[in-house]
Design a protein around this ligand. Structure first.
Ligand SMILES: CC(C)[C@H](C(=O)O)[C@@H](O)C(=O)O
Ligand code: SF4
Length: 465
């Protein structure tokens, strides 16, 4: 019998039933993360059907998308947008009614759902994890099969703790050699998406392997897996190793005492067998990856920060040329010119991609002793209350504030325009988030995705570079 990939192993361990005629399976779900935006209708549906939540103990709720990132101590009084307030209040009611653990705004454990799950030790190797949120792929960094689901699936998981799912294909992303010292997981992720395209991973679960991936910290691995969805994949995976165990040890929900040893013995079986079948393998040369930024309106429109913005005149394919022209027009950029030196008015360091302690340390390393450039407004938004507290213990808040950055409270913030943190039309932002779609950070806003170090540098110099 041929060996199995890590994905095959997790899948096989969770399939409760497969319908041979439709090919659809029922997958047991170990952890269901929920937030305020994609749950109101799901709970409504549950109520209408007269059902209850099957496993509240395997469900964890946070408020993150709509929460303001200042004045959280004011509670709901600080939430002025009626739609945001309604979603937050609805979640608060629903979790109380069904007995679901909830970290509300203002709780030190609150934060972006994909930062909170791992931080609490709720995310564990070998698990199946879903959330009504596309960046659930983040949790794959622990060797968990984790992906986003739609609102009707949220209702299904709430009611049954299972998901109707189809087996995906196996894609290996092999990154050979080591990354350059100035290259981060974010650069690698953007580089991979630029290589394979935003639909490159469609139909696949992708596993990242190789020396450069093994060398990444857990934070870096989360950044990499976070962006799997932007490469079109259903989920991203990295096999657990000693670093994973180190990170897991002693977290509030991590297994304790004998249960820890038992869990570790299972986690150690979670890797792709040498003779596993891969539907596709993509090879990436680690040392050739450069610090990378996006110039356009899709995460795949990325180039080295030392590179030249594509010139539509040199593109033969008319549909690609038109797409590039449109992106350049929206971004207010000229093809054939260097991306370095492009002035920014805003800087956003945060989001489930890059708001963990290591990201903040990297940004603080650049900010220290410098000043935010005139005319630039720069925000640091920690991914959770605990990340914020850790950063404050290390004095990073002071480094940032002395340099003229705003030190905010946790939440999705300017990653998407669902809370007060938004760009104004025409404003250009160096952003550590994961999506640069038109209007993503506010109508008419222009987003350049990059690493925390590059974003911090843009804040200090006022330009990309
Ligand atoms: C609001 C939510 C459904 C959405 C997602 O699924 O990704 C958001 O988190 C995003 O990043 O665009
Ligand atoms: S930080 Fe951004 S990408 Fe992540 S869950 Fe929030 S809105 Fe989505």
């Amino acid at each position: 019998m041929a060996g199995k990939t890590l994905y095959d192993k997790i899948w096989d361990a969770h399939v409760a039933h497969t319908d041979d005629s439709s090919g659809e399976s029922l997958l047991y779900i170990d952890l269901h993360l929920i937030h305020e935006v994609t749950t109101p209708q799901a709970f409504d549906g549950l109520k209408t059907a007269g059902r209850t939540v099957r496993r509240p103990d395997l469900t964890l709720a946070v408020a993150d998308h709509n929460t303001p990132t200042e004045g959280q101590a004011l509670g709901m009084a600080g939430v002025t947008d009626p739609e945001a307030r309604n979603q937050l209040e609805t979640l608060t009611r629903n979790v109380a009614e069904y007995g679901i653990e909830y970290f509300p705004m203002g709780d030190i454990r609150n934060g972006i759902v994909h930062v909170v799950g791992p931080e609490q030790g709720r995310t564990q190797p070998g698990m199946t994890i879903v959330c009504g949120d596309s960046h659930t792929s983040t949790h794959g960094a622990f060797g968990a099969l984790a992906h986003g689901v739609g609102t009707s699936e949220v209702e299904h998981v709430l009611a049954t703790q299972t998901l109707r799912a189809r087996k995906m294909k196996n894609l290996a992303i092999d990154v050979s050699g080591q990354l350059r010292e100035d290259v981060t997981a974010k650069d690698l992720a953007l580089h991979i998406i630029a290589q394979i395209g935003t639909a490159g991973g469609t139909g696949y679960v992708m596993e990242y392997r190789g020396e450069a991936v093994e060398a990444l910290s857990m934070e870096g691995r989360m950044t990499l897996c976070n962006l799997s969805i932007e490469g079109g994949a259903r989920a991203g995976l990295i096999a657990p190793d000693e670093k994973t165990l180190e990170y897991m040890k002693g977290r509030p929900a991590s297994p304790k005492a004998g249960a820890w040893d038992y869990a570790v013995s299972y986690w150690k079986t979670l890797y792709s067998d040498a003779d596993a079948h891969w539907d596709r393998i993509v090879e990436i040369d680690g040392p050739s990856v450069e610090p990378t930024v996006t110039w356009g309106t899709s995460p795949g429109q990325a180039i080295p920060v030392s590179g030249i913005i594509p010139d539509p005149k040199t593109i033969a394919d008319p549909s690609i040329r038109a797409a590039v022209e449109r992106a350049l027009d929206y971004m207010g950029l000229e093809g054939g010119t260097p991306i370095a030196g492009t002035p920014v008015q805003r800087v956003f360091i945060g989001s489930c991609t890059n708001s963990r302690i290591e990201d903040l340390r990297a940004a603080a390393g650049i900010a220290k002793g410098n000043k935010v450039a005139d005319g630039v407004r720069a925000m640091i938004v920690p991914g959770s209350g605990l990340v914020r507290a850790q950063a404050e213990e290390e004095g990073l808040d002071l480094v940032f504030m002395e340099a003229g950055f705003e030190w905010r409270e946790p939440g999705c913030s300017m990653c998407l325009g669902m809370n007060p943190d938004t760009l104004s039309p025409g404003e250009r932002c160096a952003s550590t988030s994961n999506r640069n779609f038109e209007g993503r950070q506010g109508r008419g806003g222009r987003t350049h995705l990059m690493s925390p170090a590059l974003a911090a540098r843009a804040a200090i110099t006022g330009v990309i570079g």
